[in-house]
Design a binder for this molecule. Structure first.
Ligand code: PMT
Length: 400
């Protein structure tokens, strides 16, 4: 099989240096990469670096090797075009179809999926002109990754930072794997919960579970790659933020409920992959619980936590909202899953078997997705992202 052909467009922002790391990830994973920097990008990172790292010639203008018609061929032959960083100027040119250098010509001739990873100062990102351009590009089918929040050039902080190159690579990998030019979650807001809640006993100890957050993060990452605006409510996961995803960190089930309900108010779909504690200690000891010589420990009294999935299923924040739950079962997996689907009232329930060394923390999963309409979709053992994509396929069908 031919290597997937990626065009890495680089426009003139300080984050251009981070595109070297993105380029390295593409080449090391067997992609053929043609880097097309703008003239401004070369002020930050020179052509020699791009050429050495990609193993390909580098041009910015349409006047080199004219006999090969590069302004048309590079875009025509690409499997994916990713522009990282995409400046406000580049987004404007792309939205308005300007074509005054090799990268903008390439964007006009490409018929493959296109991903933009914007990076700029917060004011430029928030400006209505930029927001209109982003909306236009998304409407036409491009995936525009939301910038991260954090330190910008100089002393400024805010939204506008280029997401971690490893996470931009993950978005591109998902887009390439699906190979579709129409992101089917475009214009949708989805909420995903991930990780495991921790219910504190005292300042030192908590009741928790084995969830790593990987399944929920895979759902968030794949939804972003399919064009959704994603809010990820993350409980104690300790994983890197997926590119373009709005991450809300929580600790306990009660905090998770509050964050999910808030985000769900305008969501098209809510997917509850978090392992939520059904109970919490009735009393929180403000000082560390001490062991006392010769005395048995006090029993831990538990009280019920709210059932968030049942609550959002029963009281949908908007008509047509699709609600998906997960069922983590150790025995009678399918029978328990079916009973749980009926009890919780959600539209889909992803039933997966768990154990000390099964599913939790693993890169892979295997499940049956039960539908309230009686459907059953088995998902064979494979990466958690494959299960995530199946879940989104089923959600998209219900949203339509
Ligand atoms: O995070 P990983 O290591 O990748 O592992 C993934 C996973 C095993 C955690 C995930 O695939 C999974 O199964 N998540 C759901 C775990 C769980 O809490 O299952 P449950 O059967 O106890 O709960 C059923 C559903 O109700 C879940 O959607 C849960 O989020 C929700 N729930 C549970 C209790 C509660 N009080 N409120 C809830 O909303």
């Amino acid at each position: 099989m031919d290597k997937p052909k990626v065009v890495l467009g680089v426009s003139g922002g300080i984050a251009a240096y981070k595109a070297c790391e993105l380029l390295r990830r593409f080449t090391e994973s067997g992609h053929g990469v043609r880097v097309v920097p703008t003239a401004s990008a070369l002020h930050f990172v020179g052509a020699a670096t791009w050429s050495a790292l990609s193993g390909n010639p580098v041009a910015t203008e349409v006047w080199d090797d004219v006999h090969q018609v590069p302004h048309v061929r590079i875009g025509q032959h690409a499997d994916l075009v990713v522009v990282a960083p995409a400046t406000a100027d580049m987004l404007a040119k792309a939205a308005h179809g300007l074509a005054d250098d090799l990268l903008t010509n390439t964007l006009l001739t490409a018929r493959c999926p296109v991903v933009f990873a914007p990076a700029m100062h917060t004011e430029m990102w928030e400006h209505p002109a930029t927001q209109d351009n982003v909306a236009t590009l998304r409407r036409r089918g491009a995936v525009v990754i939301e910038p991260a929040v954090g330190r910008l050039t100089g002393v400024d902080t805010g939204k506008g930072r280029l997401p971690d190159p490893a996470e931009i690579f993950e978005v591109c990998r998902r887009v390439l794997a699906r190979g579709v030019t129409e992101p089917d979650l475009r214009g949708r807001h989805v909420v995903v919960s991930a990780g495991g809640t921790r219910e504190p006993l005292d300042p030192v100890r908590f009741l928790g579970n084995r969830s790593s957050g990987k399944q929920g993060y895979a759902l968030a990452r794949t939804a972003a790659a399919r064009g959704a605006r994603v809010t990820l409510v993350s409980a104690n996961a300790g994983l890197p933020d997926p590119a373009g995803v709005d991450v809300v960190r929580v600790g306990t089930a009660v905090q998770l409920r509050e964050a999910v309900l808030k985000a769900a108010a305008d969501a098209d779909a809510v997917v509850m992959a978090a392992a939520v504690a059904d109970f919490r200690p009735a009393v929180y000891a403000t000082g560390k619980i001490k062991k006392r010589d010769g005395q048995d420990p006090d029993p831990i009294v538990l009280v019920r936590n709210p059932d968030i999935l049942a609550e959002i299923s029963a009281d949908r924040a908007r008509p047509g909202q699709v609600v998906v739950g997960f069922a983590a079962e150790t025995d009678d997996v399918l029978a328990n899953g079916r009973a749980k689907l009926a009890r919780k009232g959600c539209d889909l329930l992803v039933v997966n078997e768990v154990g000390e060394a099964r599913t939790f923390g693993s890169e892979e999963n295997e499940a049956v997705v039960l539908g309230a309409d009686g459907s059953e979709t088995p998902v064979p053992h494979g990466p958690k992202e494959a299960l995530a994509d199946t879940v989104w396929d089923l959600v998209v069908r219900r949203l339509a």
